[in-house]
Design a protein around this ligand. Sequence first.
Ligand code: NDP
Ligand SMILES: O=C(O)C1=N[C@H](C(=O)O)C[C@H](O)C1
Length: 251
Amino acid sequence: MIRIIIHGCNGKMGKVVAKLAAESPDFKIVAGVDKNISPLDFPVYSDLKDVKEEADVVIDFSYHEAVPDMVKAALQKKLPVVIATTGLSEEELNVIKDASKEIPIFKSANMSLGVNILINLVKEAAKILQQDFDIEIIEKHHNMKKDAPSGTALMIADSINQVLNDKKEYVYGRHTKTEQRKPNELGIHAVRGGTIVGEHQVIFAGHDEVITISHSAQSREIFGYGALQAAKFIINQKPGLYTMEDLVKKG
Ligand SMILES: NC(=O)C1=CN([C@@H]2O[C@H](COP(=O)(O)OP(=O)(O)OC[C@H]3O[C@@H](n4cnc5c(N)ncnc54)[C@H](OP(=O)(O)O)[C@@H]3O)[C@@H](O)[C@H]2O)C=CC1
Ligand SMILES: O=C(O)C1=N[C@H](C(=O)O)C[C@H](O)C1
């Protein structure tokens, strides 16, 4: 049985992870960390460094500013970490990279299998269409999401740039633009409203034709399930920074 600490346990995703873990004989939530420390089915602390329970891994769905201290505490405790939180700054990413020299860290802006398949399809399309098609990404999320654009939209954009001969420049929305679109642009657009779980569309627009590759998350459970699979994977790895690609490769 894998013993888990959930960082951000009182949030929307923290609660989903706790519910899925409780339904499985393979996982046990031994403690949680959150700003709100009312106890759940497990003890809840305000800081990872104060957690007394023995654990095998930390799963983090919290807020970008909370991630560096969480990673430093995991490093002290020599605990592997699964990071799902998005909106991380360069500085926060550097803390993660440095820590991954000493502990195994799994990080993905999207824990669903589907988005990771979409990324493979989009890379193939981008290779073929790069000369004549404009690429734009539209993401849609619920009205409580704090970061924009989504981590997934940025991850998709970065994976497109990996395969292009001439790298694109990201353009976020176009509300202040007064000139026409340049060929080297990759537009990224964020929509926020209601309870949309998470939608990503990648549009390849050519002359008189448009190809759209899209993914629509229909529940938060797909992310929670992916995070638990990532936890199972990361506890057996050497120190390093791992992604969904590593997990999918492993089968
Ligand atoms: N990779 C993936 O597949 C997915 C990633 N995400 C990402 O995960 C993150 C969380 O999403 P979601 O659950 O919807 O967000 P919520 O706001 O519902 O949950 C975040 C939780 O973390 C808590 N928190 C904030 N700061 C701290 C801190 N310093 N220490 C401990 N806990 C803290 C929040 O408390 P309070 O509310 O009091 O601020 C809240 O309870 C986001 O970045 C989101 O983009 C979401 C879904 C899928
Ligand atoms: O905040 C969310 O809800 C989600 N965030 C992730 C992101 O920023 O890409 C993943 C998912 O789409 C849900």
